[in-house]
Design a protein around this ligand. Structure first.
Ligand SMILES: [Fe+2]
Length: 208
């Protein structure tokens, strides 16, 4: 029997957030290679990176995966994928701590620690994009996805949004910027363009 296809979910915000993590990992690796890991602007970039990552995973764990879990009761392969997502989030803790420690102490093996983080986080995000997003498309509705996004916005609050939006649009090309901002309410786009981006730029994260 043919199964009704769910209405398409727009995952632009998830891809844009993952790409911002990938971009920051490249900036971190470049800063470490240049011997700039101990500078205040690199420290600031790193602190924002870990804050955004913690927030992203916290809200996925509280408001996304449980929704998917309820929808896949009785589907063991899909339940296994959700356990893998959870395990991969947990695996990041010690890898992040190793980089943080390496930056604080100026450890000689900091480049290797950063490379490990890039590998572990990169693999996790690719796994999520290739397997978890199709599952979400299969079992959740656009309304469920909006509920997850609403939880994220509440957790960020207005102060968090003022950093999150320009952090995402930093370095995006026109197509990526449009794909991301088109999913947002008009006032957010205006605030980002008029105020948030300039404050963010002045902060000079990563010394860029
Ligand atoms: Fe994600």
């Amino acid at each position: 029997m043919a199964v009704a296809q769910q209405a398409p979910i727009n995952f632009a915000v998830m891809y844009a957030t993952h790409d911002a993590f990938r971009r920051d990992l490249q900036r971190l690796a470049a800063a470490v290679a240049d011997g700039r890991a101990g500078t205040p602007h690199v420290r600031d970039g790193w602190e924002n990176f870990t804050f955004q990552l913690h927030l992203h995973h916290t809200v996925e764990d509280s408001d996304l995966w449980p929704r998917v879990a309820r929808a896949v009761a009785g589907r063991p392969a899909d339940q296994k994928l959700l356990r893998e997502m959870e395990a991969e989030h947990a695996q990041l803790g010690p890898v992040l701590a190793a980089v943080d420690d390496g930056m604080t102490r100026g450890a000689a093996d900091l480049p290797a620690r950063v490379a490990e983080l890039a590998q572990v986080l990169g693999d996790h995000m690719t796994h999520e994009e290739n397997e978890a997003l199709p599952l979400i498309q299969d079992v959740l509705t656009p309304k469920d996805w909006d509920a997850f996004r609403g939880a994220m916005a509440r957790k960020q609050g207005p102060k968090g949004a003022a950093v999150y939006f320009p952090w995402i649009t930093d370095g995006q090309n026109a197509t990526e910027r449009k794909a991301f901002l088109d999913t947002m309410p008009a006032p957010v786009k205006i605030l980002n363009r008029l105020f948030w981006e300039s404050s963010y730029r002045k902060r000079g994260m990563w010394g860029s």
